[in-house]
Structures are given as structure tokens and as C-alpha cells.
Design a protein around this ligand. Structure first.
Ligand code: GLY
Length: 351
């Protein structure tokens, strides 16, 4: 077992490589009620047979982004009210990033904030969504537009969940791991070099190392800038175009798949500005493609993607701002890219 402490508005532990049920039971001790919010796919795995004092209540939501809306949240609030949840009770979110985002936001808003625990069951949830205190739901106007920075009491990572994932979902989560390698911990890139999704899945020691290193990158960044005034933006490497592609694909692409394309795009932008050499650019394509992740997108999509990029611009002030690399593990922002540069970089990632 390994523990990484995140220092945000409060400090909390990410407990890596543990038995999630024993950790949850320890944290539930002394509470009157525990709300377990889980995705449909986890239905058969979430029962608690142990003898505990707390009353456990179970709330099932559909898998993926479909759960992250005001209708689910409203039913969840009503359900918490009907079950009499008080400020000393506990919420647990068990599932992928969408479920922990929803559970965390329900906890952030119920009685102005009750304790919650994240039990991520996907790679993306383990290395990104459940760590860092971003909670929320989607709005009709975009992803994650409604939410709160609200740290959990603890994040519990049990690798046995990963057996439930398809290769596609597993690889999608690794796009965020590779991102952490490029922006900060280059050892991640060395560990993943030469691996395929099949080879990685059989090496639990490598998975543990990759997840631990990525959580450490995230913990370090969040510790410096919890509310994303500037430093935390580095975690958005590959996300500016990636988010636009995710929306354009109507979520037929996994978040990590869209980010994979966005990472190559950001590397193309940096290469065109002379900030990185072709070796680093090729490394993006090589590592992501080796895991079966997409690295190109529809050539004809640019006119539709451009206004979606502008949406991202609105959320960050007047300038469209990209995180780019200046070397492996080193980043800066560029804000003066014109549409011509953005379009020609897109042509180099077009299929
Ligand atoms: N997923 C990016 C962040 O947590 O800031």
C-alpha cells in the first residue's frame, strides 16, 4: 500500500493499492448513515457483508457522462433528504470519473458540504477525476460547467477494479497518465515506452507505478494551485482541442481518446513554434498509438471545432490559451496563436 497526501483546502490521503472495502469500513466507523452512489456496472460488487454500525444506503446511477446531469443530482438530493442525511454522515462515490464527480458535487452541496470518499474504478478516475477536488455536473452548454472545488476525505484506489475495464477504457485512462509524463514526470514515459495495452495489463507492478506517479504529479500541482488560478492549468495539456473533439464526437469518443488527439495537436503547435524538436513530437504519436489510442481526427471537422475552441476561450478570459511543452517535463502557455497556425496544426493531425 502507498499513501500520497494531497494538500488542498484540506489535506487528504490517496490510498493506493488497498482493499477498498476495508478502507471504506474504517472511514465509515462512527457515522450514522453512509450513502453509496455507484454506477450500474458496479452493482454486483458493492455489497457490504461486514458487521457495521452505520446504516448503508445505495443509490444507482447510469454509467458514464449520462449520470452527470441535473436530473440525477435532483433525484440524489431528494433521496438524501428522504433518508435523513445529516452533516455528520458520509457520501461514497464508486465508479468512473462521472460518478465520483456527481457524488462529490452532491456531497459539496448537501447541507453546504458533507464528507465524501472517492472510490475510482477506472484508470482515468484513479489518476485524474477523483483526485484534486473538482466535482460537478454537465450543463446543456458544456461539460463540467456546474460544480465546486470540494476535496474528498480520502481517495481509495483498489486495482482489482481494473479487471472490469475493456482494453479501450483502460487505454483511454492511460492518455491522462502519458499527459502527466509529458508535463512533469518523464519517468512515466520511460516506463510506458515499448508497451502495448496487452503487455501493460499483465504487469501489475508497472500499472501501480504509473498510477502512483500520475497521482503524485496531480497532488503536487493541486497542492500549488487548488482553484486553478494558473499553475493547475498545466493539467489541461491536450485538453483545449481534446474537449472540443469530445463534444464534436457527441461523446462517442472516450475523454482519454479525445485527449490523446489533443496531446498530439498541442505537440504540433509547440513544434511549429520551435519549442520542441521532432523527436518529442514523434514520441507523442508513438506512445499513444502503441496503446491503440487515436492520434488523428476528421479532416472536415475544423469549421465545427473552431467555435468549440472559442467556448474554451470564454471560460479562460479573453485569450485562447494553450499549454505547450518547451521540453520533456517542462511547460509554458501560449496565447498569441492565430487561426492560421491553429488550422495548419490541425491539418497535420487530420485523417
Ligand atoms: N482534470 C484536470 C484538473 O483536475 O485540473
Amino acid at each position: 500500500m502507498k499513501i500520497i497526501t494531497v494538500h488542498a483546502e484540506r489535506s487528504y490521503d490517496v490510498i493506493i493499492d488497498c482493499d477498498w472495502k476495508s478502507e471504506v469500513l474504517k472511514l465509515a466507523n462512527g457515522r450514522s448513515r453512509v450513502a453509496v452512489i455507484y454506477s450500474t456496472a458496479m452493482r454486483d460488487s458493492i455489497r457490504f457483508d461486514a458487521d457495521v454500525d452505520a446504516e448503508f444506503h445505495f443509490f444507482e446511477v447510469s454509467d458514464g457522462e449520462a449520470a452527470k446531469n441535473i436530473a440525477s443530482l435532483s433525484s440524489l438530493w431528494n433521496w438524501l433528504g428522504a433518508a435523513g442525511f445529516t452533516r455528520s454522515d458520509l457520501v461514497i462515490g464508486i465508479g468512473g470519473g462521472a460518478i465520483t464527480d456527481l457524488a462529490g458535487f452532491a456531497a459539496a452541496t448537501w447541507l453546504r458540504g458533507i464528507d465524501w470518499i472517492g472510490v475510482p474504478t477506472s484508470v482515468a478516475g484513479m489518476v485524474d477525476a477523483s483526485v484534486g477536488g473538482k466535482t460537478g455536473i454537465n450543463s446543456d452548454y458544456g461539460k463540467n460547467l456546474i460544480g465546486a472545488f470540494y476535496s474528498p476525505l480520502s481517495v481509495i484506489i483498489d486495482f482489482s477494479w481494473l479487471k472490469t475495464l475493456s482494453d479501450r477504457d483502460f487505454a483511454a485512462g492511460l492518455a491522462e497518465v502519458i499527459k502527466c509524463g509529458f508535463i512533469s514526470d518523464v519517468e512515466i514515459l520511460r516506463v510506458i515506452e515499448g508497451q502495448s495495452i496487452e503487455s501493460l495489463r499483465t504487469q501489475s507492478d508497472l500499472i501501480e507505478e504509473l498510477v502512483s506517479r500520475s497521482v503524485q504529479v496531480k497532488a503536487d500541482v493541486v497542492g500549488m494551485d487548488f482553484k486553478e488560478s494558473f499553475v493547475r492549468e498545466v493539467l489541461n495539456y491536450g485538453h483545449t482541442l481534446g474537449h472540443a473533439i469530445e463534444i464534436h464526437s457527441r461523446y462517442s469518443l472516450r475523454h482519454g481518446e479525445a485527449i490523446s488527439i489533443g496531446l498530439v495537436y498541442a505537440a504540433e503547435l509547440a513544434h511549429a513554434r520551435g519549442l520542441i524538436d521532432s523527436g518529442v513530437l514523434d514520441q507523442h504519436r508513438r506512445l499513444l498509438a502503441a496503446l491503440g489510442l487515436p492520434i488523428t481526427y476528421e479532416a472536415t471537422a475544423w469549421p465545427a471545432l473552431w467555435p468549440l475552441l472559442a467556448l474554451d476561450k470564454k471560460s479562460r478570459g479573453s485569450q485562447l490559451r494553450f499549454v505547450v511543452l518547451t521540453a520533456l517535463g517542462a511547460t509554458r502557455r501560449v496565447e498569441d496563436l492565430n487561426e492560421g497556425e491553429l488550422h495548419s496544426a490541425y491539418e497535420r493531425i487530420s485523417s
